[in-house]
Structure formats: C-alpha cells, structure tokens
Design a protein around this ligand. Structure first.
Ligand code: BDR
Ligand code: CA
Length: 309
C-alpha cells in the first residue's frame, strides 16, 4: 500500500481530534507534522488542544502555530459546538510538550520544498495557513500532490444558508487554494452529514475500551449534547476525520470533478462553495467534490484505529 506523506492543518475541535487520532496511527499515512489555525477556538486554545492530543495519543510530530486570524476577517470561534476550551469533555494530564519553534507557514514551506516525495496537505479548519504559505512561496505548488479539505457544501451551509464554517471563516484563503491549480478534493457537509455519531456508534466504540476509544467516547458525548442543543441533531456529524479516512481508503467517497467557485462577494452567499455539478458555466474544472460516502466503511476504519491504541 502506498504511504501518503501528509501535513495536517487543523483547529481542534472535537472532530479535528478524531482526524488527528486517525492520521497519527494508520500505516497508510506518514504524518509529517501538524499545523494549527484559529477556528473552532482561538489559536492558543486550538494549539494547546493539539499538543494535549498528541501527548495523550503518543503522536510524536512537530506542532506549529499558524494564523490567529483569517486573512481579511477577524476570527469568530465556534464555542457553541466545541465549548470554552475548544475540546470540552476530556481532562488531559499536565502538558509536558511544547510547540515547534517554526510558524505553520515556515513549516509548510520548508517541509514541502525539502521533500523528495510530493506532499498531501489536509485541512480540517479555515484554510488560512495553506493560503498564506502559497502566497509566501509559490514554489510549493510544484510539490503538493493533493489538497484534501473538509469544508464547503454543494447543498446548504451550517453557519449561513449558503456557507459552511471552515470556508465561511476564511473565504479569501479558500479562494486562493481553489484557484491555485492544485489538485483539490473537497469533502463537504453533503457527505460529512452522513457520518453521524449516533448512540449505537458511541456504544460500539465505548465497548473497545482502549486509550483512544475512551478519548473518542468522552469527546463525542459532549459533541453530541452540543449538536443537539444547536442543531437539534441526535448524532453529531463527524466532519473532519472523513479526510483521513479517504486517504486510508479512497473508495469510501464518490467524487465528481467540476468547477467550484468560492463566493468572496460579501453578499448573502459569502463563503459559499458554488459547485457547478452539471457544468452549466463550462468553466475550467478545479475541484474533486465528494458526492456520496460509504458510511459503514467509514465507521469500520474508525473502529480499527480505536482498537489499535
Ligand atoms: C467544520 O467546522 C468545524 O466546527 C468542524 O471542526 C469542522 O471542521 C464543519 O463545518
Ligand atoms: Ca475543524
């Protein structure tokens, strides 16, 4: 099996936490480092959450702090879902780890330029760090195999009728990445809403009783309570780990190649991923959009990883 070298750029975040868990333990993934961005909470909180997760899960990779704010907007965190810490629901031991001295942009640029193999960049938060890295050093474009992102929607949004949180938080950053001519794979709400952490999933994973399943279960119980109070959902959609599950087993997603435009017009659809599924506009195709998911296979992948650690 081919091992994918990846940089994971994230904003933990309950669902980001499970993405880190999968990326740090599966042999199909060579996790080179984690870069952090402000999103679900402020940068320092998402950063500390990342260090805590890496310490608990014994994932030994550099953790680099990135941008504290989107490129144009100011950060508006997602406290209603992820809580005051950004990762409410689990008490970590005293933190002994520290951040890498490099900024996220420095790490992304240096790692991609120095690598003899092409790198896949996975983003599960606002795309600020990757967009800034592209602007600072466009040569990285030559050595990026694929950008796999959780974000957007070809149907409706979750922070406005049109927009999804990660894209809405930094639409200009997404615009830069989607227009970079990189291979972009967009995993949006349309498929991530199909992987719900229903009570039977919690019971199934709780029964495994490993270190990682205990983390999963505690975090998901709080995540679900918040999803219920905000959206009225019985089981929260586990958005972010679909990116890593797709790299572990690409067959879990049905993808369609199309033109996707990021709305940066500051109107009512600001932050929308406008996906031209039927090619009405005959514009250059730039995005592989996830249209459907094999959710049973997704949960099998999660279960295997939880049994491992
Ligand atoms: C995205 O928004 C965040 O709250 C989640 O972590 C996920 O990345 C879903 O819209
Ligand atoms: Ca996220």
């Amino acid at each position: 099996m081919k091992t994918r070298k990846i940089i994971l750029d994230c904003d933990p975040g309950h669902d980001d936490a499970i993405a880190i868990l999968l990326a740090g333990s599966n042999p199909a993934i060579d996790l080179l480092g984690i870069t952090v961005v402000a999103g679900n909470q402020t940068l320092i909180k998402t950063g500390i959450n990342t260090l805590n997760l890496c310490q608990y899960l014994e994932i030994d990779v550099p953790v680099c702090l990135g941008s504290a704010n989107p490129i144009i907007k100011n950060i508006e965190v997602c406290e209603l879902i992820h809580g005051e810490t950004g990762l409410d629901g689990f008490d970590f031991e005293t933190l002994k780890r520290d951040f890498d001295s490099r900024s996220a942009v420095e790490f992304i640029v240096q790692t991609i330029l120095d690598s003899k193999d092409p790198i896949t960049v996975v983003t599960t938060g606002p795309m600020t760090n990757l967009a800034l890295a592209i602007k600072v050093e466009p040569k990285i474009l030559e050595n990026i195999e694929e950008v796999v992102l959780m974000g957007g929607s070809y149907t409706n949004g979750n922070v406005s009728p049109a927009a999804e949180f990660n894209i809405f938080t930094d639409p200009e950053a997404a615009y830069i990445v989607f227009n970079s001519k990189l291979k972009v794979t967009m995993i949006g709400l349309d498929v991530t809403r199909q992987v719900k952490v229903l009570p039977e999933i919690i019971s199934r994973m709780e029964g495994i009783n490993t270190k990682s399943s205990i983390l999963f279960t505690k975090l998901m119980k709080v995540f679900n309570e918040n999803q219920k109070s905000v959206f009225g959902l019985e089981g929260g959609p586990l958005h972010d780990p679909v990116t890593i599950a797709y790299l572990i087993d690409p067959t879990i997603l049905d993808l369609k190649y199309m033109h996707c435009d990021i709305d940066i017009s500051h109107g009512p659809s600001y932050g929308r991923t406008n996906c031209d599924i039927f090619d009405y506009l005959h514009l250059e195709k730039n995005t592989f959009v996830a249209m459907d998911i094999n959710s049973n296979r997704f949960w099998d992948i999660v279960e295997i990883e939880l049994k491992n650690k």
